[in-house]
Design a protein around this ligand. Sequence first.
Ligand SMILES: [Zn+2]
Length: 68
Amino acid sequence: MAVDKQDHTWTDRPVCPHCGHVVRDDSEMFEDLEGFDDFDCPQCGLEYRCRRNVVFRYSTRVPEATDA
Ligand SMILES: [Zn+2]
């Protein structure tokens, strides 16, 4: 079953491009933070390549009076 390719870019979790299986625990998937790594989908058994994209987000707050 083909899944829209748009569903596989910048997703919250790795998504198999063959069957759409979502990897819930990616903690041990990546040894290399650069480039693509090869994985076998636990659902359909087909191989795909996945790269972890890192997004930085920022938090700001007004300093408290006692910080000065
Ligand atoms: Zn799959």
